[in-house]
Design a binder for this molecule. Sequence first.
Ligand SMILES: [Zn+2]
Length: 446
Amino acid sequence: MEICTIGGYEEVGKNMTAVKVGESVFIFDCGFFLPGIIELQETEKIGYSLPGLRNVGGVPDDRVLDKLDWRRKVKGIFLSHAHLDHVGGLPFLISRYPNVDVFGTPFTIKVLESLIEDSKIKVNNKIKSVHANSTHKIKTENGEIVVEFVNATHSTIDCAYVALHTNEGVFFYALDLKFDNYPTLGLPPNYRRLKEIGKQKVKALVMDSLYSGTEKKPGGEKVAEHLLEEAFSKITRGEKAIFITTFSSHIERLNNIVKIAQRTKREIIFLGRSLAKYVNCAIQIGKCPFKNKIRIVKYRREVDSMLKKVEENRGRYIVVCTGHQGEENSILDRISKGQTSFQFREGDNLIFSSSVIPTEVNIESRKKLDSKLRKMGVKLQSDVHVHGHGSREDMREMIRILKPEHLIPAHGSQEQEEPLINLGEEFDYELGESSHLMKNGDVLKI
Ligand SMILES: [Zn+2]
């Protein structure tokens, strides 16, 4: 087995890994990376081109597969979940893999299809929507190989670990990893199946190591639900505006926001293109329990006329909108710059059900946004959030269950990955022998 760690091993973003077994190659994820542009924001058209994206390192550098002569051997592309750092690069790279089928869970595939539509790129590949906790046969040079999607919990719906059952043992892809045993939407992680796989020979485990240096366990989504309840209880009542912002792809969080927001008896409005995109994907696959409880306003002109109504009758609505990272052209950015007919006033409320993604661009933009809003007298409640990545104990648990022969940290800078190498020492993994600190474009033969 050979593993090429194409992207996401030196940064948080553009995740992509290829595995070669015999003469067949399989690709796991194909993400996007542009610091500060974590969501595709409010742009009506995505004007990115592949050469442009390659220039700024926005997509994984899969040209390494040409050097290795692996590209023509690719037999399947498997997607773990719908986050852009896992699927966002695929529309731009997919034409390099003609006739290769793409597999992902229903929400992931819906999001991929909507990204493809936005990019206006013509795609001829078969795109297959498969449920979590299912197995599929893929044709190879000399027979078949089984790929399995195992239900996982994270911070969007329909997440899966991907297990490739090869004759050398299982290649197990655990991005992104967090064990939430009491999810508020969807099923808990499929421990039963993980344990069964652990009893087989797991040849290699590629694992999300983002918080491998942190022992503190993040709360589950139930904790976030409670934090939201707290935040709502502290809202200034009366004729004050209530705005909430969160990650557009976090359907479980949006569901909790709606559950709690309903208690105010105000009308719940979702504003902005990226919220509309993800919520519509969830509706299309039948996984949006709050679809009849909200109004979605997508396009700029309608957004602006809705904001005018909120301005005139601020006690009537709760607005869920984009802009939690202070992204340019998001709803909050435009409001703060006076570009809409809504203006925040003293005592209006804004809840950030998110944390600042720690890149320079995001930290700076949020700082600017917060200071503008505070000057307007807005009551800000920040970090009403739990993130979707497990800490060191979750990783210990995964190693205990799967007992892989080889351990490969992923999903972070080298500094973020190193603590997982150290954690591996607790289980007698040896760096360079059975644990491997990989760089983008490296190949590991095991
Ligand atoms: Zn993710």
